[in-house]
Design a protein around this ligand. Structure first.
Ligand code: NAD
Length: 484
């Protein structure tokens, strides 16, 4: 029998977790539980990552964590327990499934438009690294990491999952028209992986267009894979399409450890009242049972849930306000009473149990997560990010005094828009410029040459940061300034 780690969480966490586990117990799900200490209350006891060492050990040896929502401790520099868990265990794919639930009224359910969308969101990279600096008092910079192996992991997971689910279409949402290198890399990897799945229709949509299409024709989408921040926003949009966060399950999938949880938070306003809706956590639990290969239990419980919702039974946060709502415990009991019944809409087929999902996506050969060897790499310049209140022409004059026979000043930009040698008087300026120096004749330079340029330039400016300009063969490994 499988054993999983269970963390009840904070706020409404214990109430909804007990309701879900009562349903699992009544269904005789062949699953053992090891309860672990994790959450804000553990943080308050002095454990800075929100979990005891014993909890961490249990989760790492069992491989599956079923968790209730956890409160993020307040205060600067304090990390969310939820985000820490996802990052510590490299759960790189966040999977959220959104389906029409009959009995949960939405614009689309009323119009008879069925929704069955799975969003797979990259869960580790992007701006979520939280690498941010104030370059000047007026200018904040966030670093956005999109990596080839990081993208490869999540995109391959999305394709595998789509194949297993038997979907027809898989879509990449992105903004590669603007972020040509970061989102461009994600999109490039998407089409590389797509070649291995010819039975799936793989296409891409720019993320703003995707949002418009999702709210007008959600029935046209099956599986959508996105980078972290865009996926965060688009998945909440999809939750709204099917009735809100109370119906949004979530799975954080990694090679070794996976975390199943609801999308919503600890709902402090209703905690301890036994009125919270346990549906999102139950749907997350059902997804976990499928992940563990417990297909029969998953389908039986899901059919009972769908039947219960169809029959108009509801908690206080949704459903027909003219009929009385049930509390959390009674709602769970109503689902248990409906075991063995089949809903009129989308009944789940009772499939035979399967072996648990294998963890074969690990990049065995490459523990450093390095997928492409550097080739013919050379440094051909540097971007110097400087602080200055001067006008662009004055900045250029000073820079030009410091270029030697190795470097030429090619462009100066402000917030990414070129302001020298050409620009517009209508461009607003802030007190921070990027001055791009390229080697004369594109001949390779060394880091020592760059240091020498740095040393000369700092006589006139405070240099906030620098980026090398690399060439890979004849390909520029950097973007051009807007207007360059
Ligand atoms: P929230 O999701 O807790 O609450 C938003 C609103 O939705 C509230 O009115 C709440 O009563 C209602 N609600 C949420 N879940 C419900 C349910 N199951 N049944 C009925 N009503 C429900 O969001 P918040 O107030 O912004 O966050 C509260 C805390 O939860 C914060 O500390 C936040 O950091 C944390 N949080 C944790 C997670 C997680 O553990 N994955 C996710 C989101 C927020």
């Amino acid at each position: 029998m499988n054993t999983i780690a269970v963390a009840k969480g904070d706020g409404i966490g214990p109430e909804i977790m007990e309701a879900v586990l009562s349903i699992f117990d009544a269904a005789k799900v062949p699953l053992g539980y090891e309860f672990v200490d994790m959450g804000k209350w553990v943080f308050d006891k002095g454990y800075s990552n929100g979990m005891t060492p014993e909890a961490q050990q249990s989760i790492e040896s069992l491989g599956v964590l079923f968790k209730g929502p956890m409160e993020t401790p307040k205060g600067k520099g304090v990390k969310s327990v939820n985000v820490t868990a996802r990052k510590t265990w490299n759960t790189y794919a966040n999977k959220r499934t959104f389906q029409t639930l009959h009995g949960v009224d939405t614009v689309f359910s009323k119009a008879g438009i069925p929704i069955d969308i799975t969003i797979v969101r990259e869960n580790i990279e992007d701006t979520y690294g939280g690498i941010e600096h104030m370059l000047t008092h007026d200018v904040a910079l966030s670093r956005r990491f999109i990596t080839r192996p990081g993208s490869m992991q999540v995109i391959r997971y999305a394709f595998e999952m789509a194949r297993k689910k038997g979907t027809k279409r898989i879509t990449c949402g992105h903004k590669a028209n603007i972020m040509k290198l970061t989102d461009g890399l994600f999109l490039e990897v998407f089409y590389e992986v797509a070649k291995d799945y010819p039975e799936l229709k793989a296409d891409d949509v720019i993320v703003d267009d995707l949002c418009m299409k999702l709210v007008s024709r959600p029935d046209l989408f099956d599986v959508v894979v996105l980078t972290n921040l865009q996926g965060d926003i688009v998945s909440d949009l999809c939750a709204g399409l099917v009735g809100g966060l109370g119906f949004a399950p979530s799975a954080n999938i990694g090679d070794h450890i996976s975390i199943f949880e609801a999308v919503h938070g600890t709902a402090p306003d209703i905690a301890g009242k036994n009125i919270a809706n346990p549906t999102a956590l139950l749907l997350s639990g059902i997804g976990m049972l499928r992940h563990l290969g417990l297909m029969q239990s998953a389908a039986m419980i899901e059919n009972a849930l769908l039947y219960t919702l169809e029959s108009g039974v509801h908690t206080g946060d949704f459903g027909d306000r003219s009929t009385p709502s049930l509390n959390t415990t009674s709602f769970a009991a109503a689902i248990i009473a409906n075991f063995g019944k089949k809903p009129a809409h989308n009944p789940r087929e009772i499939l035979a149990d399967q072996p648990p999902t294998p963890t074969h996506f690990k990049l065995e050969k490459n523990p450093m997560l390095e997928s492409v060897e550097a080739f013919q790499e050379s440094i051909v310049g540097v971007d110097m990010f400087i602080e200055s209140n001067l006008q662009p022409v004055a900045v250029a004059e000073k820079c030009l005094q410091h270029t030697s026979d190795l470097f030429k000043l090619v462009t100066i930009s402000n917030r990414g828009t070129q302001v020298w040698p050409k620009g517009s008087v209508f461009t607003n300026l802030v007190n921070q410029y990027r001055c791009r120096f390229e080697s004369i004749g594109d001949s390779p330079v060394t880091q020592t040459d760059i240091l020498e340029l740095y040393r000369r330039l700092m006589q006139d400016f405070k240099i906030c940061s620098t980026e090398l300009l690399n060439m890979w063969g004849d390909k520029k490994a950097y973007s051009l300034a807007q207007g360059q």
